[in-house]
Design a protein around this ligand. Structure first.
Ligand SMILES: [Fe+2]
Ligand SMILES: [Fe+2]
Length: 224
């Protein structure tokens, strides 16, 4: 089983402790852009935490990583004359890719669950609109990054902090999740969990790690 890339924790007790830690920690003070995004999402999808709403979050979650990757490739085109420097940029690309892939598993697992549960979704709200939002968000993340990378990381840290809290709250308010077995086509890729409660705790923990990585980037900017 090769699911080591983000030091996966599978033990129930540890995941439970991580959930407690999130629940007792305060949310970040969200910036204006992040706040606007969350308010807009609540407006369209309601405040209730649902599988379908989480999917919308996950569609959007991937794009800052894509935008950073894009900028980094352009930067490598300009700097390959200094291979040492270009290589450091490439390390950055690999990290962004890993997080992007991690968000991708979240999305696929959620989609699989919605299909199994036969949850009906409005095509415009849950297919078209998320793609438009992701397109828009991509350009915001890209533009902020070009102006000042710390702004783009700050926005992403807000987004990830929000996702972390939402997942952990979701587990808290749905105690029946611990009776639902997690059987997935994606277990080989994402890991094996006893039940859906532990699965969502793990996803919440991933979001916290994404947040920490963005905050680290702000603290020790190596690139650009
Ligand atoms: Fe995610
Ligand atoms: Fe995330």
């Amino acid at each position: 089983m090769e699911i080591d890339e983000l030091t996966k924790i599978h033990k129930h007790e540890e995941l439970k402790a991580e959930q407690e830690e999130t629940l007792k920690s305060r949310r970040r003070r969200y910036g204006l852009l992040a706040w606007l995004l969350f308010v807009t999402l609540d407006l369209f999808y309601g405040r209730k935490r649902t599988y379908s709403k989480f999917k919308v979050l996950e569609v959007i979650a991937r794009v800052p990583y894509q935008s950073w990757e894009h900028v980094a490739y352009i930067a490598m085109t300009h700097t390959y004359g200094e291979p040492g420097f270009a290589r450091r940029i490439f390390e950055f690309v690999k990290e962004a890719r890993q997080q992007q892939d991690n968000e991708q598993w979240h999305l696929l697992i959620l989609e699989e669950l919605t299909q199994k549960k036969n949850i009906k979704e409005n095509f415009f709200l849950y297919r078209i609109l998320p793609q438009f939002s992701a397109f828009f968000y991509y350009h915001v993340a890209w533009l902020l990054y070009v102006i000042k990378p710390a702004w783009s990381y700050g926005l992403n840290a807000d987004f990830e902090d929000h996702a972390e809290h939402e997942y952990m709250e979701f587990v808290k308010e749905n105690p029946e999740l611990k009776h639902e077995v997690f059987e997935s086509e994606f277990s080989q890729d994402y890991g094996y969990y006893q039940n859906l409660a532990d699965l969502f705790r793990r996803i919440g923990l991933d979001e916290r790690m994404h947040k920490e990585e963005s905050l680290n980037r702000i603290r020790n900017a190596r690139f650009p």
